[in-house]
Design a protein around this ligand. Structure first.
Ligand SMILES: [Zn+2]
Length: 160
């Protein structure tokens, strides 16, 4: 079968940002499984996978607006250094995990150290980037009724 809405797709992927340097990839032998058509992967990639069959490979280039969004300058914020653990070795360019008041864990990027102030970037680290994916579809199958009910793909034997 072909990739279409509510199929479960097993995907091997490699992501680079145009220079060939891999910034993310599926683990060897462990493709990413997701429920197609539910917005679980970036929209520009999901749309290009539509209609592909098992064993097919493709290169997909995704503009920022169809990927992790444009870089929003309002995401740059200056916060006091003492918001971070005293022993944290902060360096420009590093990404750390922070917890929001709502309990979500989000990646934030350190942009600049200015004395006792730190400029952080709350945008997704891949915001504003053009994404280059090399993908291979390993398997396409019908979602089970349980998967459709849960809204996500299950692993072998129904594992989450
Ligand atoms: Zn489930």
């Amino acid at each position: 079968m072909k990739v279409s809405k509510d199929s479960v797709v097993s995907l091997e992927y490699r992501l680079h940002l145009g220079d060939g340097k891999v910034v993310d990839e599926s683990e060897p032998g462990h493709p990413l499984s997701y429920l197609h058509g539910r917005g679980q992967i970036v929209p520009g990639l999901e749309g290009q996978l539509e209609g592909m069959g098992s064993g097919e490979s493709k290169k997909v280039v995704v503009a920022p607006s169809q990927g992790y969004g444009e870089h929003d300058p309002r995401g740059l914020q200056t916060v006091p250094r003492d918001m971070f653990p005293p022993n944290a070795q902060l360096q420009p360019g590093m990404t750390i995990s922070a917890q929001t008041e709502g309990g979500d864990v989000i990646p934030i990027t350190i942009r600049e150290l200015k004395g006792d102030q730190v400029v952080v970037d709350l945008n997704h680290p891949l915001a504003g980037k053009t994404l280059h994916f090399d993908v291979t579809v390993r398997e396409v199958r019908q979602a089970t009724s349980e998967e459709l009910e849960h809204g996500h793909a299950h692993g072998p034997g129904g594992a989450h």
